[in-house]
Write a protein that binds this ligand. Structure first.
Ligand code: CUA
Length: 329
């Protein structure tokens, strides 16, 4: 069930005010709310939410009317409403309502699990970022997930370390990411777009800055993306880019980060196609030249308590490595 946007906005108004007051803004978030579903699983969840809001809202109003009635009606020798009424309205009706809502929720959960998957993606959470791989295509990425629209994607979720949780509010429910115990989640997007995802299990440190972007493409755009990502980055010929690659290899970056063809570590995010990403630091800042320079020089000033140490590069070397990384499309 989808209500008109202005009614949803009316209900959301207090939440929006709260967000403005207490939550950080996000340029890419659009309406990051499960009340704006953009996929079949999220539609089911939003439907349950509206059903519950309406039914329990009516229950609340009726209960309050009886409270008011009890306060204003003068006590009489014989009670206005007998004990039979109390049993029916206090036990019978709530039991029926709760059973109906339970059946509705179970039905939706079963329906969501029935849909066969068209595509597989593996996501592994780390302190405090997401490694993303496409096992059928040999592609490794980080903090960005690309999917074709209207295809059911089966996510295999795993954690390295502590429990994290995977949630794209506009596409479906959340699922915990556990160490040594893979969990699964199926999602699909109805429309192309950028959907914000986040870790929803408190995992200490910069938990609040552990986000990702799910980008849904039209099928032809998705095929282009797959083709681009399947190619290793070209060997740089430009002197500055070559200097940047040498800085990457010689100044310690390669000890944590992989770039296909030149380094292999999976301690930090894979950087093979860093230049094509939207954000840096798992959704913390936009991927701009200035932010990338700032991140390499002092990542703790942008995302405190993340695992990357500062680099002590000369301005010339910093500029070269930034240009090199930005060339990795
Ligand atoms: Cu990872 Cu919270």
């Amino acid at each position: 069930m989808t209500l008109p946007a202005d009614i949803r906005d009316l209900v959301l108004f207090p939440v929006i005010i709260f967000n403005f007051l207490f939550c950080a803004g996000d340029a890419h978030a659009e309406r990051e709310s499960m009340l704006y579903p953009a996929g079949p699983a999220a539609e089911q969840i939003a439907r349950i939410w509206w059903e519950m809001l309406i039914v329990y809202g009516i229950v609340f109003v009726v209960t309050m009317l009886f409270v008011v009635l009890a306060l204003v009606v003068r006590r009489r020798e014989h009670p206005v409403l007998g004990s039979r009424f109390v049993f029916i309205s206090g036990i019978g009706i709530p039991t029926v309502i709760l059973v109906v809502m339970l059946i509705s929720s179970i039905h939706s959960t079963v329906e969501m699990g029935k849909v066969p998957a068209d595509f597989h993606i593996k996501v592994q959470s780390h302190h405090w970022w997401f490694a993303v791989s496409y096992p059928d295509h040999g592609i490794v990425d980080a903090n960005e997930i690309h999917i074709p629209v209207k295809k059911v994607v089966q996510f295999e979720l795993l954690s390295h370390g502590v429990v994290h949780s995977f949630w794209v509010p506009r596409l479906g429910g959340k699922r915990d990411m556990l160490p040594d115990h893979p969990t699964e989640l199926r999602l699909a997007a109805d429309k192309p777009g950028v959907y914000r995802g986040t870790c929803t299990e408190y995992c200490a440190g910069p938990h609040a800055l552990m986000t990702f972007r799910l980008i849904a493409h039209e099928p032809e755009d998705f095929d282009k993306w797959l083709a681009l990502q399947s190619r290793p980055p070209p060997v740089p010929t430009d002197p500055q880019l070559r200097q940047g690659r040498d800085v990457f290899l010689q100044q310690g970056c390669a000890a944590c980060h992989a770039i296909t063809g030149i380094s292999e570590s999976d301690t930090g995010p894979d950087l093979t196609h860093l230049g094509s990403r939207i954000t840096l630091g798992a959704g913390t800042v936009d991927n701009t030249k200035g932010n990338l320079s700032g991140w390499i020089a002092n990542p703790q000033s942008i995302k405190p308590r993340n695992m990357m140490p500062p680099s002590y590069l000369s301005p010339n070397d910093l500029h070269a490595v930034v240009e090199y990384l930005r060339s990795l499309q």
